[in-house]
Design a protein around this ligand. Structure first.
Ligand code: ATP
Length: 221
């Protein structure tokens, strides 16, 4: 087990955000938490990353976290290469990840010269270059066009194949969840709780899954 949550609860003042969240992540698993906007997904990731207080039990069995934010948090006055150098000194590791994430040819560019998809490639590379064993992804692809999203997710899965990496992505995007997840947990509207679990995601039909999830979110408003 890489991480285990038992009855995690979180409120901001009187606003109840998370209600008894329990799940665990296996080693090398790709888990997606799929929930509607504003249900508490970022809060949950921040709790796992140790950035937020909470009630309940969190068992951490990982060494290093990589965190990819919703918006590309690149440093604008540093080049692509310098953005990675900021977190990792080993040039060989930087070269390798820039190549595998397909931004090597842009390594001397400043981020503002690059598209949103390319900026997210920098973000992902920066998270991966430090060789985390747990990668947390906070809807990093939600604003991207479907073909860019598809290519990026596929490159991420290739990276995952070559690394000792477990990952948790939170998203409200059903397609994105289906592309990346091996297992999907469905969160309710706020306060978020787990209302359904899908194993063996590949065997599911996208259309029926979308219908089922939308019905779940509608009935629990
Ligand atoms: N530090 C904070 N103080 C007060 N309220 C907060 C704080 N952080 C988040 N919230 C509130 O908690 C709720 C859940 O926020 P969170 O960002 O976790 O949801 P989310 O599912 O990630 O949303 P989105 O899909 O829009 O990114 C929101 O109503 C938000 O306004």
């Amino acid at each position: 087990m890489v991480v285990e949550l038992k009855n995690i609860k979180k409120s901001f003042g009187r606003l109840e955000v998370l209600k008894n969240i329990s799940f665990s992540l296996k080693k090398r698993e790709r888990l997606v938490l799929l929930g509607p906007s504003g249900c508490g997904k970022t809060t949950l990731l921040r709790i796992i990353a140790g950035l937020e207080t909470f009630e309940g039990i969190l068992i951490k069995n990982f060494k290093k976290i990589g965190y990819v934010f919703q918006e590309p948090r690149v440093i604008p006055w540093k080049t692509v290469y310098e953005n990675l150098k900021f977190v990792e000194d080993d040039d060989k590791k930087i070269e390798n990840v820039l190549k595998s994430m397909k931004i090597h040819e842009f390594k001397d560019y400043f981020p503002n010269k690059l598209s949103g998809g390319m900026k997210q490639r920098i973000n992902l590379s920066r998270a991966l270059v430090t060789e985390p064993d747990l990668l947390l992804l906070d809807e990093p692809f939600s604003s991207l066009d479907i073909h860019i999203k598809w290519n990026l997710l596929n490159d991420l899965i290739k990276e995952w194949n070559n690394r000792d990496l477990s990952l948790i992505m939170v998203t409200h995007d059903i397609k994105e969840a289906l592309m990346l997840g091996e297992r999907i947990l469905i969160l309710s509207n706020r306060p978020a709780k787990i209302i359904k679990e899908y194993f063996n995601v590949k065997a599911l039909s996208e259309k029926s899954l979308i219908k089922e999830i939308v019905e779940l979110w509608n009935e629990r408003r």
